[in-house]
Design a protein around this ligand. Structure first.
Ligand SMILES: [Mg+2]
Length: 174
């Protein structure tokens, strides 16, 4: 079986919605997903960079993110034909480990937990495909990078792009 490695945040876990909701609540703002086109929240409000990043150091932040639409159904289907690994750069926020693990067990419990990979540099990942919203992870990756559309990556043109999980399904044609 060929291997597909899949990122978590902004690919199977809806990171932006919760981050924006908390930020807007705490700073009395009304920033939307559309405002994040080709940028990041911390770049829009540079004077609040550390506060913006600090949300992610809350050990519970990643526990109740919404699941990205269709990701469960498509990954379940893909898992019949491919070996699936979930590869998250969790080292960026080590306090997220437990929440991310519990979230995966709750929403992707049909996957083998031995295939959950909490890593730093993803170039260590040996897979045929990597589905990720961060193009930087494709640079040292030996397989095919598949860029999952997120507001910040809309100008990236170097990689195969998928806009949602229906397009992932079509890419792998099952
Ligand atoms: Mg991501």
């Amino acid at each position: 079986m060929k291997r597909i490695a899949i990122d978590m945040d902004e690919v199977i876990a809806d990171f932006n919605s919760k981050h924006l909701r908390l930020f807007n609540r705490d700073y009395n703002e009304n920033i939307t997903i559309e405002d994040l086109r080709e940028t990041r929240l911390r770049l829009l409000r540079p004077h609040l960079t550390s506060e913006i990043i600090n949300y992610l150091n809350d050990p519970t932040f990643f526990r109740d993110l919404d699941v990205m639409e269709d990701s469960q159904e498509v990954i379940q289907e893909l898992s019949k034909h491919y070996e699936i690994f979930i590869t998250t750069a969790a080292m960026e926020h080590p306090s997220s480990f437990n929440a991310k693990y519990e979230w995966l067990k709750e929403h992707f419990g049909f996957l083998n937990e031995m295939n959950f990979v909490f890593c730093g540099n993803k170039s260590i990942i040996h897979a045929d495909y990597l589905i990720d919203d961060n193009a930087r992870h494709f640079e040292g990756f030996g397989g095919q990078g598949i860029l999952f559309t997120a507001p910040h990556n809309l100008v990236e043109t170097r990689y195969v792009r998928v806009n949602n999980w229906k397009e992932v399904k079509n890419y792998f044609i099952m």
